[in-house]
Design a protein around this ligand. Sequence first.
Ligand SMILES: Nc1ncnc2c1ncn2[C@@H]1O[C@H](COP(=O)(O)OP(=O)(O)OP(=O)(O)O)[C@@H](O)[C@H]1O
Length: 301
Amino acid sequence: MINFNQITKIFKSDILVKPFVALDNVSFEIPEGSMVGFLGANGAGKTTSLKIIMDFIRPTSGEVLFSEKLGKTNFEVFKNIGFLPERPYFYQNLKGEEFLKFLGNISDVHASDIQQRIKYWAPRFRIDHALNREIRTYSKGMLQRIGFLATIIHEPKIIILDEPLSGLDPIGRKELKDVIVEVHKQGKTVFFSSHIVPDIEEICDRVVFLKEGKLVYDGSVDSLMRQGHSSFEIKVMATSLPKLNAPIQNLSTFAGSITVVEVMPENLRKIIEELYSHNLEIVGVESKKPSLEEIFYNIKG
Ligand SMILES: Nc1ncnc2c1ncn2[C@@H]1O[C@H](COP(=O)(O)OP(=O)(O)OP(=O)(O)O)[C@@H](O)[C@H]1O
């Protein structure tokens, strides 16, 4: 649906300051119907990429290609994108409902459609109870939810959210993730940036990972998870172990009387045989899959 194609962005703020390469020949895709997490540490280039997609800034080289399903002209394309910036501006004196109506109006949505969409979405966004209150009284979680609702009031085909979950407590994050999932289930393509891997692992089917302005990964969460090597943990009833010949990954003691030996699958049998040959009692063997976070830590940029 959106193809970010060989984009480089160099910031040159001053003739005396060295130009800064914020994005270095980055390409990735946002396929139609997908939920894509855009991952990267602070300063990796996520916001810069989103600004380029939204045409707020121009790339130094490369181009953003939009599928015809989004529209044939720039005007049509951007009408089909809902964007929630990292720090959205809210009219504090407006009530929630007035704010949504205002935004629906400037997006040319018919008044009866705005009303119908508010009626449908507000309870799902758990904001219906506060629509008659001024926005100044909203919590951060409520602001994020009404901001997100505002981005879908004109029924765009794709929704782009810049760090929507940052600064929210666990309950606020769960509530917002629930509505992101709900909106995606209704057929919308979703692209959101985050630096929190478990959030992406939980709800996304694809992930784009940037590290210091370079693309490290663009693909499905499943195939990335398969790249992580599973290991096994063998729990042995002993406070220490004799020297073992087969290679082990890690050794730790647990509850003062159990030693946990981590081994790769190909060494599991050899280690078990060695432990038995020393008359040690094995009390458990468990497969240990790395989390997406552990896999990312190990990816080289
Ligand atoms: N206008 C600018 N002029 C110079 N450098 C800039 C400009 N905008 C961004 N940068 C630099 O580009 C790099 C990428 O910034 P960007 O905001 O895209 O990162 P990010 O991945 O969104 O990080 P965060 O998670 O902190 O928002 C940073 O080092 C930033 O300082």
